[in-house]
Design a protein. Sequence first.
Length: 111
Amino acid sequence: MKAIVAKNLTETKAEISFSDGIPAMEPTAANEQILAQLNQVSKDLGYGEVKAGDPGSRGAGDISYVAEYVACLDGLGASGKGAHAPGETLNIKELPALIKRTAILIYRLTR
């Protein structure tokens, strides 16, 4: 993109700049409570324990925009590699279990 911007047409000028657009989602006590409930659902289903990822090594999700205002979780979807790039992969075999786990979590959160 910088190379394209550098090749302006005659009598034109272009600039490009970049800035971080998604805020980091910091761990909170409220988020840890939801994680504990997700962990219990996962164990109840026989899927094993769920732990929070290292905040310093995970990417930001769309939910990060509201994370400072509401308790929330990110990372409930399927695993993969090469996120948002050519050759990106997604493990769709995980989806039935993840959908079941998330549906039960939502159900329990509404009770």
